[in-house]
Design a protein around this ligand. Structure first.
Ligand code: AYL
Length: 528
């Protein structure tokens, strides 16, 4: 077993609202909490807390409280921040959805999570309403933030002038959020994160990430995903920094926002690092305000990290974790720049780790010098999820009797406790840091009348970034082309799940029990 090199941090026994906003001083209340990156409109901490409280009160008057699950389908905007924390303050549970989801994706998550309310914006309403109706949610429970006849709006909630609800919840057991993750098995599952999980991860990561009140933090990573939720929405607020929200990603807008708002701390995923290192337009913008970039959610190449740091003359840090861990378990901290950029740094405080052989399950020892053998990384701590919603079996398969969560990632650890992720033993594919379950794409491919069999794995593109590739067996006498296969998928899935490479083969390698041998496909791919 190995643990964090840092001393234990205290984890207050508070709801996430009380933890983040309960001790704001008068001068902090006057600071800017959120800046809409496109319009420049700002929200002070005082206004933010007032809006959160009004939203909570208005929802409570409508019967929302502990036990209610509310879907939140909204891009990164100042309104997201007030609604998200308003729902939590009312004692309800938020299940966040990707705003690029198809109506089917939305309905599946609303059904599975048991959501009885949905909050969205008018541009997303057509698909969202169809999904919500199919999930049994009536118009009066579909809040349209910017307003739409027949639906409550954010302005209605803010004007209701309801008293702040008095809710008592147990932070350790009350489910605050339900983001969806495939984990180490196929289908997306609701990840039950308690208020304590969320509070703990901010406490564990805040000193190591080192956001300070003077920082303007660019919030381009979506708040619906655990990275944006914890590291931007919660951690930046705890630090009394200002979030600059970016509702949709566009690289030129990204550069312009950093320049115009003088952003100082930028959180990214590796594909953005590729663009920052290579894109000619970078030279045309004044990015001198940036002192630190943190990359997380997928592997960051060491040379790429160095290229970004040199080009922007800033620090580059890396974070690793999982939705199931709220998410941060490992970090290259702000003051430990000697650590290899190719590692994911050290274990955050209050966590224990183990490495176990994927073949024998035996524990791999931390060496006295040098680097250990690779093994599956297991993590334990106050930020580990309560479990998967309505899925005890998946929970038992993921969290063992000793409380260790099996990450499905293969890592090594150095004598100094530096962890490097070297491979993934689970099937998950990550495209730009977003999860793709290969089985979902395989099932879709099999619905094509000319496809006899299919398998999907992650492969590296020319920049070393992971993309989903389909291996397809076509039926006799079919003249199906790779473009037709890709179009078929593109028309039916959210954009990040598109198949981006296709290879036709004669037979999908399978075990005797019929399981796809992805290992063999990966080996074949490496050999090609
Ligand atoms: P999920 N290097 C390699 N793989 C990574 C890394 C990394 N730095 N970070 C995440 N992964 C992979 O739930 C790994 O396979 O959470 C892991 O099991 O969408 C899986 O992604 C989890 O995917 C931060 C910022 C952690 C972000 C995150 C991770 C959020 C991704 C710490 O500071």
């Amino acid at each position: 077993m190995f643990t964090s090199p840092y001393a234990l941090v205290e984890i207050p026994d508070l709801s996430i609202f009380d933890y983040l906003f309960g001790d704001l001083s008068e001068s902090e209340l006057d600071r800017t909490a959120v800046i809409d990156g496109f319009s420049g409109a700002t929200l002070s901490y005082r206004t933010l807390v007032d809006q959160i409280t009004r939203v909570a009160g208005a929802l409570a008057e409508k019967g929302v409280g502990p036990g209610t699950v509310i879907g939140l389908l909204c891009p990164n905007t100042p309104e997201f921040t007030a609604v998200f924390h308003g729902i939590l303050r009312a004692g309800a549970t938020v299940t966040t959805l990707n705003s690029l989801y198809t109506p089917d994706d939305i309905q599946r998550q609303l059904d599975d999570s048991g959501a009885t309310w949905l909050v969205t914006i008018s541009p997303l309403l057509p698909g969202a309403r169809a999904a919500a109706h199919a999930a049994g949610i009536p118009n009066e429970c579909i809040v349209v933030i910017d307003g739409e006849p027949g639906h409550p709006s954010l302005a209605d909630l803010l004007q209701a002038d309801a008293a702040a609800p008095i809710v008592t919840i147990d932070p350790a057991t009350h489910v605050a959020v339900l983001p969806y993750s495939s984990g180490t098995t196929a289908a997306p599952k609701g990840v039950m994160l308690s208020h304590r999980n969320l509070v703990a991860n901010v406490q564990q990561a805040r000193d190591l990430i080192g956001v300070v009140p003077e920082d303007k933090v660019l919030a381009l990573l979506p708040f619906y995903h655990i990275y944006g939720m914890t590291v931007l929405l919660n951690l930046a607020f705890k630090q009394r920094a200002a979030l600059v929200t970016m509702a949709r990603f566009d690289f030129v807008e990204f550069l312009r926002m950093i320049q115009d708002h003088r952003c100082s701390y930028v959180f990214i995923a590796p594909p953005i690092a590729v663009a920052v290192a290579k894109h000619p337009l970078v030279e045309s913008y004044d990015l001198s305000s940036v002192h630190t970039i943190l990359s997380g959610a997928a592997p960051l190449d060491g040379a790429l990290a160095a290229a970004v740091a040199t080009r922007l003359n800033c620090r580059i840090l890396q974070g690793y974790g999982m939705t199931e861990v709220s998410p941060v378990s490992h970090l290259i901290p702000i003051d430990a720049l000697h650590l290899s950029r190719a590692s994911v740094g050290v274990t955050v405080p209050n966590m224990d780790c183990r490495l176990v052989s994927t073949e024998t399950g035996a524990e791999i020892e931390v060496p006295e010098s040098g680097v250990s053998e690779p093994g599956e990384l297991l993590v334990r701590g106050p930020n580990v999820m309560l479990g998967y919603l309505n899925n005890d079996q998946a929970t038992r398969e993921t969290i063992d009797a000793d409380g260790f969560l099996h990450t499905g990632d293969i890592a090594t650890v150095s004598a100094l406790g530096e962890v490097t992720i070297v491979d993934r033993s689970k099937e998950l594919i990550k495209y730009k840091g977003y999860q793709i379950a290969p089985s979902e794409l395989e099932a879709l491919l099999l619905t094509h009348p000319q496809i006899a069999d299919a398998a999907v794995i992650g492969v590296a593109d020319a920049d070393g970034q992971e993309i989903p590739k389909a291996f397809v067996v076509i039926v006799a006498e079919s003249a199906l082309t790779a473009d037709e296969v890709m179009t078929f998928v593109t028309e039916r899935v959210a954009p990040h799940k598109k198949v981006r490479a296709v290879e036709f083969i004669d037979r999908i390698p399978k075990s005797a029990s019929g399981k796809i041998l992805r290992k063999d496909l990966r080996a074949q791919e490496r050999a090609a």
